[in-house]
Design a protein around this ligand. Structure first.
Ligand SMILES: Nc1ncnc2c1ncn2[C@@H]1O[C@H](COP(=O)(O)OP(=O)(O)OP(=O)(O)O)[C@@H](O)[C@H]1O
Length: 253
């Protein structure tokens, strides 16, 4: 497996606060890679820097061998990195189909030559129905998004990210707010994204059974700094991780 995303010494400061501090890791093609840590550890900021929403204060990110740090978020999206958000971001008054269509238009509508620039990326424009079916919304294309159950709104968020045909998907807490059966569906969907669509995943999540169950490797951050990286079993047994995050009475369900 070759590195799809490589992050080297990535740092992001907000005034006197260092939210992400000298973080390095690589995500291989086909990997499901988790990032965990306590609240405020810098996980979302790390995503925001990789996706181009924030510029790094120091360090680099390389995607498919190309430097991406400092590029605009829409440029990074067109290169093949999409993200989903902790809270659902959708157009509540519009239908599922309209939301998916908007996600596609937004991803290709920056600048007069955006359409032409989408050529040569080697990625085919996805079919709206196909994406809706993949995330379990096939029969609900004409439903208003705001009227969907919360779990289905989160699925729509994933579908919208798929409309840019990503090679890497950054998922910020996909299980937050889901009930146990929706969490099982989310786990299965994450695996299917990789197995059936060949999408590599960078996953931030507090639900430990889900993270430990789906990830190949996990990076643990605390106060912006990396404290461990390895397989779920290695990370679970690491005293520094137990101390900073999991706690002594943590039991893997
Ligand atoms: N735009 C910003 N301006 C100033 N401080 C920020 C900004 N964004 C994040 N921070 C701070 O950076 C630190 C890391 O926040 P971040 O949201 O990245 O943590 P997190 O690990 O994602 O937390 P959670 O698990 O609660 O989502 C926090 O102290 C937060 O207050």
């Amino acid at each position: 497996m070759s590195a799809l995303l490589e992050v080297q010494g990535l740092t992001r400061r907000f005034g006197g606060l260092t939210a992400v501090s000298d973080v390095s890791f690589a995500v291989s093609e086909g990997e499901i890679f988790g990032v965990i840590g306590p609240n405020g550890a810098g996980k979302t900021t790390l995503f925001n820097v990789i996706a181009g929403h924030y510029k790094p204060s120091a360090g680099t990110a390389t995607f498919s061998g190309r430097g991406i740090s400092g590029l605009r978020s829409d440029v990074i999206a067109r290169l093949g990195i999409a993200r989903t958000f902790q809270a659902v971001h959708l157009f509540a008054a519009e239908t599922v189909a309209e939301n998916l269509r908007r996600a596609r238009v937004l991803s290709t509508s920056h600048g007069p030559f955006a359409y032409l620039r989408s050529f040569g990326t080697g990625r085919r424009e996805p079919d709206l129905r196909d994406v809706a079916t993949f995330v379990g919304l096939g029969p609900l294309l004409d439903q208003t998004a705001g009227g969907l159950a919360y779990g289905l709104q989160k699925m729509l968020g994933i579908g919208m990210a798929l409309m840019v045909t990503p090679k890497l998907l950054l998922m910020d807490e996909p299980a937050a707010g889901l009930n146990p059966s929706e969490k099982r569906a989310a786990s299965a969907l994450i695996r299917r994204l990789r197995d059936e669509r060949g999408i590599s995943i960078l996953l931030v999540e507090h639900d430990m059974p889900l993270v430990m169950g789906v990830c190949d490797r996990i990076l643990v951050v605390n106060q912006g700094k990396p404290i461990a990286i390895g397989s779920p079993d290695a990370v679970k047994a690491d005293p520094a991780v137990i101390d900073a995050y999991l706690g002594d009475d943590y039991e893997f369900a």
